[in-house]
Each structure stands twice: as C-alpha cells, then as structure tokens.
Design a protein around this ligand. Sequence first.
Ligand code: NAG
Ligand code: NAG
Length: 437
Amino acid sequence: MALYHYNRKQRLLLASFALLFLLLLGLCHFWSARDPGSYFFQPNEGYRPEYSVQRIHESLEWLSAFNQSGSSASSHATPGISPPRAKTACVGIVTVKRPLQQDLDTTVGSILDTLTPDQRAALTVQVLFALSDPSAHPDYNQTWVNNVVDRVLTYDDLADAPGWIILNLEKKKNIKKKSLIDYRLGLQACYDMTDAPWIIMLEDDVVAQRNWYEHTMRSVQQIEEWRRHDAIKDWLYVRLFYTEKFLGWNSENWPVYLAWSVLVVSVCASAGIYVRRAARPAQGVLTNPFLLVLCGICVPLLIGLFFLAGRLTWFPLQDGIHVMNAHGCCSQALLFNRENVPALLEYLEYMEDVVPTKAVDSVIEMLAARADLDRLAISPSQMQHVGAASYKEKKKSWKWEGPYRVKGAHGVWSMGFEKAYRGESTGHGRLDLDGAV
Ligand SMILES: *[C@@H]1O[C@H](CO)[C@@H](O)[C@H](O)[C@H]1NC(C)=O
Ligand SMILES: *[C@@H]1O[C@H](CO)[C@@H](O)[C@H](O)[C@H]1NC(C)=O
C-alpha cells in the first residue's frame, strides 16, 4: 500500500488527517494534564497544590488565636460547656506521630474555622492521641488542642483499649494492625460518647474546604431523602475525600471497550461504502485501499488517542452525590451512618486477628460488600489529603521530595479539590441557615 497507489485527493486527505492527529495530540497534552488516568498526565500539574495551600494558611491563622494560654474563653471553643448529647455529627480524628510534619492543626483548624456558632455547637470534635506515651506526640502539649478540641483522648481514657497489645505493636512496628485497632477505638469513642447520627472519621492529615460542613450536611439530607424513597440501598458511608487515581479505564471492562471500538470501526466502514454508492464524486476517493487505510489505521489511531486521553477527561464526575461502590479510595475522610457503625466495629475487631492484616480501607470495603451496603461519594471532594508521609511506608530515612511541600503521599490526592473552590469569597463564619440541620 505504498503512497503512489493513492491519487492526489486521497493523499491530501491523508495529509490532513496527519495534521489533525498532531493537533489532537497537542490538545490532549493540554486537556489531560490533570487526569491521573491519562497517558498525558503531568504530575507537576496534577499534584500542584493551590486551594489547599490557601486553606492551610487560613486554618492555621485561625487556630493561632486559640494557641495562647488563657484564650479558652473565646466564643468558638466551648468544650465541656456544650451538652455532649443532641449532636449532629461527631468528628473523630486519630492522630499518630508522622515523619517530616504533623498536620493535625490544619485538620482541626480547617473543619472549624468557618463554622457559625450554631454549626460549631452541633459538632463534637474528638482527637485520639494514639500513642502509648501521648506526650511523645508533638501536638499533645500544644495550647490550641485543649482550647479547640472537645475531647482529647488517649488510650487511658478508653476502657477497652488493650494497653499491652498496643505497646507490643509499637515495639514491633506493626503499623497495619495498630491502625485497625486505632480506627476502631476512634469510631467507637464517637459512637459511645455522642448520639450523633453521623460520625465523621478523619485522618490527621486532611484539610477541608471552606464550606464543607454545610455542603456535607445538605448532601446527607439528600441521601436520606433518596433512602426514604428507596432510590438507594442502605448505606455505610459517604466519602468526603476521593482520589481520581483509580477512576480511569478499568481493565475488567475491556470487553465493553473492545465492543465499542469494533462498532465504531464498522460504522465508519459501512458509512464509507454507503457514501461511495450514493455520491458519484466520492467514488474516486473512497476506493477499497483508501477505506482500508481509513478504517484500519486512521480510525484505530483516533480510538487509541481517545483511550490514552483518559476516562475522566471525557467523562468527569458531575458535581453531586455518586454511588461509588468500586474504585473509591481511600479512608482519609469518611462520614458513617450511625445505624451501621456497630456492624463495622464488630467487623474491624474481628479482622484485627486475621492474618495477613488488611488495611483499614480494605476492611471497610469488605464489610460494605458483605452487608450489601452502598458507598457514596460527594464530588468534588470536600477534603484534601495533605500528609506528605507516614510511617506506614517502611523507609530508612525521610526527606522532602518533589517540587511541592503540600502533597498527598503516594499520589493520594484529589485533583478536583484544588480547582473546584477557586474564586470563593474568603469571608469567615458566613451565616447560612440552610446548612444548619
Ligand atoms: C502554637 O504554639 C506553639 C508554641 O509556641 C507553636 O510551636 C505552634 O506552631 C503553634 N501552633 C499554631 C497552630 O499556631
Ligand atoms: C509536655 O509537657 C510535659 C509536662 O509539662 C513534658 O514533660 C513533656 O516533655 C512535654 N512534651 C512535649 C512534646 O513538649
């Protein structure tokens, strides 16, 4: 099929296709730079922190006002005064010592800094310092902790915390099993110490968007509305953070992708043959060898480019609530439905002794699958994961790597979060009564 087999018009068409294809390649390079499932993904673009840097700054600034001894009388933090019952949500944070940097202050600051007094009163914030010697945690002695957090917990405060097991796990550096126990204890503490219908479990290295509380509560109301009308199944959690990393093309769907590709090629071939029959001038162009190149090379090249550009480039998640029963990752920020928490607690405890030990998020998924519970996600993410490192990775030494100080370890990062809330007003404590449930 050398080029001299083709007439002038055909050669012109092929050259135009080549140009078009190059143009599309250039566009994909630009369009898909932030789609982690794309061949054209550029880490420096996708992982560039923008909104989260602003939020970290804001929340630390807010928190610093509570960081002086004697500032506890301030209006926001009224620990011990507000009744522990009749809460809307309990925020449970389990914190451990991390390499490089602690982000607990950012996490706590960013979930509280924009709340109205009513919203603040509807929340209980509990932080479990998950170390057998809590004073070894750099934040344990910080003044803001007691001024802002409703309940500061250590293993000693939890009746069923198995002290010697924890010590042993710390000694053996069995972080996986300890994470399972810690997660259960944090969840249990929220369940036992409040009657909140929603229990929000956060890792100690997330940052929340300015309007997270209102948005989340409105979403949960919507979900409950659907539930009452049987539009969705019973549900275990709503994901307040997800990474787009695992939402690309899925290898298990290859038969679907193949079928569509074959269909597209067949339609092109049929269309070519039809046009050749119907339109006289096309007869000199749409010859058999030319159609062969068109359907055998050009169209497959376009299909290939389509897939390389990445699934989210073509089908981004719409803003709103999604059922995300597969490929949702990870457990940085989940809002649990109180009704199903006892089953999860029981399952977490059971899984603590199963070898090999599973990660917390896998265990949660396993329970949801067993109990046939839906898992939902709010898009865009309400929180971002900004922890640069954790001791879960077994490294010899720790140092800052890559171009950004604010980043999610292992690329556990929400690309959407950084762009979704741009251009928002920076007004603190805005009053919006719809949000208060
Ligand atoms: C609180 O004060 C301590 C000691 O001065 C300081 O190290 C820490 O960074 C402060 N934290 C915040 C959130 O301002
Ligand atoms: C916290 O305070 C206690 C008592 O004041 C002290 O012994 C301990 O070393 C402090 N820990 C840190 C991390 O500053």
